[in-house]
Design a protein around this ligand. Structure first.
Ligand code: PLP
Ligand code: COI
Length: 341
């Protein structure tokens, strides 16, 4: 418990800091090796790796939380493991078994225990597992070898100000094609989002909203998070689309809204020209947690949710419950938390 003395947990923001150790496992000739912790945060790979040239790579994002009782908790890590398998299948990369993924995450977190921010600080330990195609290659084909890595880094809120209202604009660009890779967590989707995000930021917006790539009439994603809205008659609504990343946070909110708060929930089309149906809206994801949306601008039209500056009551209730589960203040549904010392 020494390396963290200089970290100001309340003000660390969403940025990378090097920690004690990282996890690395190699795949060759049809099998993953045992995997091990390494001190360095660099990789030496062939210049001709498919990850570099053809975007053959995928990643995950999850968090470790310091809980009220002092233990460390992982939130629905099995869901991240399964989603990474989907991403690997889509890019013809070898899948990491769920057990191996979870054990590797635990190993990486335990080796960096002093970087798990204190309970109540608002900060968490962000965990970034990834798989990359490596080895000598020039053809447009899957790599001969792969690396599965995990690094961790303490983070604060993804959007400045945490639970403060975000200001969004509809992007004219798409992040994913109709039958492309939008539903998996692969780097190319994110590279495609840099320019739209930058244009939105230059105009003073927090982030941008992507519409469905086929008709540009329905909401798909909010930057690197899913969208949800609370209708005026208290229904939790979130877009259903084959090019949206199936968010684990979104799925958890669907469950909490329905099972804990008895709300009606709907996964369906959300038309950009019908935002009047919503009293509140938010972006949800591991990094974004729940970021309440104050306004959404589409061309010359600006739509305001709640009062634009005040977090809506349903959004606040869902946020408190989700954080409560993650930090051990509220009972979690069966199997949602992996807890260790
Ligand atoms: N959508 C995109 C494009 C994302 O990058 C993320 C982040 O992982 C999410 C949604 C939210 O997913 P999750 O709640 O599983 O973190
Ligand atoms: C996450 O929420 O884990 C993400 O991956 C979003 C972003 C930091 C890429």
């Amino acid at each position: 418990m020494s390396n963290t003395a200089n970290l100001d947990w309340g003000n660390i923001g969403f940025s990378y800091s090097k920690t004690n150790a990282n996890y690395v496992s190699f795949w060759k000739d049809g099998a993953w090796d045992e995997g091990k912790l390494v001190k360095e945060n660099t990789l030496t790979i062939s210049m001709s790796s498919t990850a570099i040239h053809y975007g053959q790579q995928c990643f995950e994002g999850l968090k470790a939380y310091r809980r009220k009782n002092g233990t460390i908790g992982l939130f629905r890590a099995d869901q991240n493991a399964k989603r990474m398998q989907e991403s690997c299948r889509r890019l013809l990369m070898p899948e990491v078994p769920v057990e191996k993924f979870i054990e590797a995450v635990k190993l990486a977190v335990k080796a960096n225990e002093e970087f798990v921010p204190p309970y109540g600080s608002g900060a968490t330990l962000y965990i970034r597992p990834f798989v990359i195609g490596v080895g000598d290659n020039i053809s447009v084909r899957p790599a001969p070898e792969y690396i599965f890595c995990i690094f961790v880094t303490p983070v604060g809120p993804y959007y400045k100000g945490g639970m403060s209202m975000i200001k969004l604009v509809v992007s004219e660009y798409d992040r994913a094609a109709p039958y492309g890779t939008g539903a998996v967590k692969v780097g190319g989707n994110y590279a495609a989002s840099f320019l739209p995000h930058e244009l939105a930021a230059q105009e003073g917006y927090t982030d941008c909203v992507y519409l469905d790539p086929k008709t540009h009439t329905k909401i798909e994603e909010v930057g690197a998070a899913n969208f949800f809205g609370i209708t005026k008659d208290n229904v939790f609504v979130t877009p259903m689309s084959p090019s949206v990343l199936p968010s684990i946070t979104k799925n958890s909110l669907l469950y909490i809204s329905e099972k804990v708060f008895g709300m009606q929930v709907e996964e369906r089309d959300v038309y950009i020209n019908n935002l009047e149906e919503f009293a509140e809206a938010g972006a949800c994801g591991t990094a974004a947690v729940i970021s309440p949306i104050g306004s959404l601008t589409n061309g010359k039209k600006k739509f305001i949710f709640n009062s634009e500056t005040e977090v809506g009551p349903v959004t606040k209730t869902l946020y408190d419950h989700l954080i409560g589960i993650q930090c051990g203040e509220v009972e979690a549904p069966e199997g949602w938390i992996i807890e260790f010392e």
